[in-house]
Unconditional design. Structure first.
Length: 291
């Protein structure tokens, strides 16, 4: 059963299956994206932050909705304006899945527009669509008004933009800091982070405190997310992993995982590998130094 958030024109629904009901304006929310539709005639995906492989697999599942003949002839708007950085391995996974299913969903799309604002992350997404070579026409646009007009969705632009503004309610100082941590070396000093952001350490700490967080907490979160990606995609041992993500030592990384995930890096790796290959019949070998 869907529910409205405040007085929005779009209804939040818990799963993609809810998209197959009567024509309506509805959306599904996930960690790094939202997928929406307006009366079956136009679909849209808005991405933000730094999507990881688990996020990408959910995006692929969302695209599968458009393969249903019920939505034949719909237009599609992919909004990557708030994409901060791209995990290239994750987007390679997305490209592989979309290429495999391209002939199933592409005939249902009348036109697709990728709305971006330039930069490396957005160039990577644009390149992905060019490699995909779908059967439907695809345009790349930096002007929101032109993008909504191109997919015949001018009438829902204000509502979609209002929805996006609410979903991206993360305070600007926190958003900018997380983007900086993605761009800077893992062992970057606090002073260098502040300089990169054009402020002083004192001012940065004060603004983060006002947002309910701190530089230390955000740095720890960044280390954890970076370690999670490497645990899924490499067989690095604990000390090498710690060095790559900016942790002070392997034991520091173990402590962070116990505090935040109630598990160890080694157990986390095994669980993720098992989830990715549920029928493999054997567990990946532990690196001898990974606890």
């Amino acid at each position: 059963m869907g529910r409205r958030e405040s007085n929005e024109a779009f209804t939040l629904v818990p799963s993609l299956q809810e998209f197959f009901g009567p024509p309506a304006r509805r959306y599904v929310l996930r960690r790094s994206f939202a997928y929406w539709q307006a009366e079956r005639r136009v679909f849209g995906m808005m991405m933000w932050g730094r999507p990881e492989e688990a996020d990408v697999l959910e995006m692929v599942e969302a695209y599968e909705v458009g393969a249903n003949p019920l939505f034949r002839g719909h237009t599609s708007l992919v909004d990557v304006r708030d994409l901060e950085s791209v995990d290239l391995m994750s987007f390679e996974t997305m490209l592989a899945h979309l290429k495999q299913r391209r002939d199933a969903w592409s005939p249902n799309v009348g036109k697709q527009v990728v709305l971006h604002r330039g930069g490396f992350a957005h160039a990577a997404v644009v390149g992905m669509f060019q490699f995909l070579k779908p059967a439907h026409p695809v345009e790349f646009c930096e002007d929101p008004g032109a993008a909504f007009e191109a997919v015949d969705a001018v009438d829902v632009r204000d509502e979609v933009e209002a929805l996006k503004a609410r979903l991206l309610g993360l305070p600007e100082p926190v958003r900018r800091l997380r983007a900086a941590l993605d761009a800077l070396p893992p062992d970057v000093a606090p002073a260098a982070i502040a300089k990169h952001l054009g402020t002083s350490i004192r001012s940065l700490q004060r603004r983060l405190t006002e947002c309910g967080t701190s530089l230390r907490a955000e740095k720890q979160l960044h280390i954890l997310r970076s370690a999670e990606r490497l645990l899924e995609t490499t067989e690095l041992d604990l000390d090498a992993l710690a060095a790559r993500v900016g942790a002070s030592s392997g034991s520091h990384l173990v402590t962070l995982f116990r505090q935040h995930h109630k598990t160890t890096p080694g157990a986390f790796r095994i669980a993720r590998h098992r989830a990715q290959r549920p029928h493999a019949g054997e567990e990946p070998a532990k690196s001898k130094s990974l606890r």
